[in-house]
Design a protein around this ligand. Sequence first.
Ligand SMILES: Nc1ncnc2c1ncn2[C@@H]1O[C@H](COP(=O)(O)OP(=O)(O)OP(=O)(O)O)[C@@H](O)[C@H]1O
Ligand SMILES: [Mg+2]
Length: 289
Amino acid sequence: MSQSDVPMIDVRNISKHFGSVIALSDVSMNVYPGEVMCLLGDNGAGKSTLIKALSGVHKPTKGAYFVEGKPVNFESPRDALAAGIATVYQDLSMIPLMSIARNFFLGSEPTKGSGLFKRFDVRLADRVAREEMQKMGIDIRDPSQVVGTLSGGERQSVAIARAVYFGAKALILDEPTAALGVKQAGTVLRYIAQSRAKGIAVIFITHNPHHAYAVGDRFTILKRGRTLGTFTKEEMPREEMVRMMSGADELEALTHELKEFEHSDQMAADVRSTMIDQQLSGTVGKGGT
Ligand SMILES: Nc1ncnc2c1ncn2[C@@H]1O[C@H](COP(=O)(O)OP(=O)(O)OP(=O)(O)O)[C@@H](O)[C@H]1O
Ligand SMILES: [Mg+2]
């Protein structure tokens, strides 16, 4: 769990408005070094908006933001990255036609030679990319393999390994396991746990209660742009989380609602057939006179 008294990331009463849409309202959340904070909530709850505010994509409309105890005011994702905050999006910022090693060093390419002879140091890049992936337990046979041919889980792993290598102190993952099978999701969850063991503060967004429970230390729940609070694992038993996130209550309400539809459909059908009967008998009556 937490190794430090000062949160790596700490936001207080953050709000974000898009015109008349209030995407976030008065949200407070923090994450400590060596901790995994899961951000949970339905579609449209404001999870992505919150992490975009943390990673410098959106400027909050209101609220305070502290990194390692100091107030910050990021103008761009570059500022957030310079402060040690790396964000991995579901639709990764990688170039499918470039090699693993190229993607690993995208934007910070190692070079050799100088002046006109300066060029990308392929050997160094290949070696580092392979070593760093190996540290995370992934054996890439060929760092020159293009990223487009990797599986979803492997691609996520390259993105996470890259963030860790470049010294991220905070790692923000927006639904990294959403499109993955059981085995690949396991790989990503293992990296999350490894990053925590290295003392990195991790914010992990997921819709899967089992993934959240497997690696989360604390859970912040968003609903319609507001926070319902932050809970520790002790405060939230697994069954309660599964029930909450699988929408068991909503499903029950929906079942009732569907029954109501059946009922009202039946009533409408009854009314329709009575009206038809009446009309028919009226017509017959008229025709008969
Ligand atoms: N750039 C934008 N302009 C206007 N409205 C936006 C913008 N970005 C987000 N919103 C709105 O803010 C609300 C929160 O969206 P957000 O993407 O943060 O939800 P989310 O919790 O990440 O949902 P999901 O689980 O579906 O990814 C939504 O109602 C969305 O329509
Ligand atoms: Mg989202």
